[in-house]
Ligand binder design. Structure first.
Ligand code: MG
Ligand code: MG
Length: 386
């Protein structure tokens, strides 16, 4: 069995929430290379999307493994944090929310997407392993809800649901309740589609609380197709700490949706999500090439997507397709910026700022609390007398 792990964190960036420095990336790369030469990791690469560094790697240690989560990822992010501090970079160590995580980095700040699978399993239904890694910056935790819903539930966006008899058997969504604050348990629900697409839709429409954590095939129920990081940093830290910026792995082709079906919502919908400036606004998400810094107006939320093929040994990292780097996505970029400008005309009023549940972790609450004592209760009769 091969485990594919994608772990990302913001541990500091140049001149604001823009991008990590080359030296920080080199340090993370150096630690990954060490782990590969020690035989712990099979293959991997380091990328960035906005201010987040992503470690994408394969190994045989299973999901949630301590050697990968702590020995590789946490140590690499700590080392990059030290460099960020030396360089005076902004937000050094921002996403490392606990002093010493135990076991794995889940719930400690970094975002994690992981899938364990067999290469070319018995039955011959998946002779080639092909997958994508999405990384968002300035994005709320449920940023994948709508694109995944459309690709796995809606033939208007994914004709493969009708054309491919194995996809036609449907999928199982695992949705996590991100408001559940427990050290020991997660609160999740598993729903089969298409039978329960409206129940899935009813949950996913609130991306600040519910997020797709996993999707499995029903044709081959032990095949996990999607793993997405789904945590809310302020639930861990109890205060605003930066955005959640989820990362996701999506296996594709064959019995799963094809890349073009998975990417279609990013072109046609340009969804408006929570994130942006101070993590407290709503704006459309803009698809960008890998290793793109945040430089656009008001921290427009970014999404990158790499496509890979994996060989029988679990090697994949030396060749990739940078989907959103292609000029075919220029139109979607312009459209996102055009819609963002429309939103910005309304400033902070109403829907242009994040939902109240998110604002609850910002300084706005201090102002509301301070004004609270100046409110007075007025009786209805007094109004009538005026
Ligand atoms: Mg940041
Ligand atoms: Mg970020």
């Amino acid at each position: 069995m091969i485990t594919l792990s994608a772990i990302k964190a913001d541990v500091g960036s140049i001149g604001g929430h823009t991008r990590p420095s080359e030296e920080m990336l080199d340090e993370v790369r150096h630690i990954l290379t060490q782990k590969i030469s020690q035989g712990l990791v099979i293959d991997g690469l380091i990328t960035y999307t906005g201010d987040d560094i992503a470690i994408i790697c394969t190994h045989q240690l299973g999901t949630g493994n301590q050697e990968i989560h702590l020995g590789l990822a946490w140590q690499a992010f700590l080392a990059a944090t030290e460099i960020a501090k030396e360089q005076g970079n902004y937000g050094a160590g921002q996403d490392l929310l606990v002093d010493a995580p135990s076991g794995n980095v889940r719930g400690a700040g970094p975002g994690v997407a992981e899938i364990e699978f067999e290469i070319n399993p018995e039955g011959g239904y998946r002779p080639a392993e092909s997958f994508m890694v999405f990384a968002g910056d300035k994005c709320g935790p449920g940023a994948y809800n709508l694109p995944l819903y459309l690709a796995f539930c809606d033939p208007m966006h994914d004709g493969g649901l009708l054309l491919n008899p194995r996809m036609h058997q449907g999928f199982t969504f695992t949705v996590i309740d991100m408001d559940h604050k427990s050290q020991d348990t997660d609160r999740v629900i598993r729903l089969d589609v298409p039978e329960r697409i409206w129940d899935v839709a009813a949950l996913l429409q609130n991306p600040d609380r519910y997020a797709v954590e996993a999707i499995h095939s029903r044709f081959a129920p032990n095949e996990q197709i999607v793993s997405a990081a789904a945590t809310r940093l302020h639930n861990i830290a109890g205060r605003y700490t930066g955005k959640d910026d989820p990362i996701a792995i999506v296996r594709n082709q064959g019995i799963f949706p094809a890349p073009e079906e998975l990417l279609e919502p990013y072109a046609t919908i340009n969804q408006i999500i929570t994130g942006d400036a101070r993590g407290s606004h709503n704006m459309p998400q803009m698809p960008v090439a890998i290793n793109t810094e945040v430089a656009g107006p008001y921290c427009l939320p970014l999404i990158s997507c790499l496509g890979f093929s994996m060989n029988a040994e679990g090697k994949f990292a030396s060749r990739y397709v940078d989907f959103f780097g292609n000029s075919a996505w220029d139109y979607a970029r312009l459209e996102a910026q055009r819609r963002a400008a429309e939103f910005r005309r309304q400033g902070f009023f109403g829907v242009t700022m994040a939902q109240q549940a998110e604002i609850a972790y910002t300084g706005l609450v201090d102002t509301w609390n301070a004004l609270d004592s100046e409110f007075e209760n007025r009786h209805e009769k007094e109004v009538a007398r005026r």
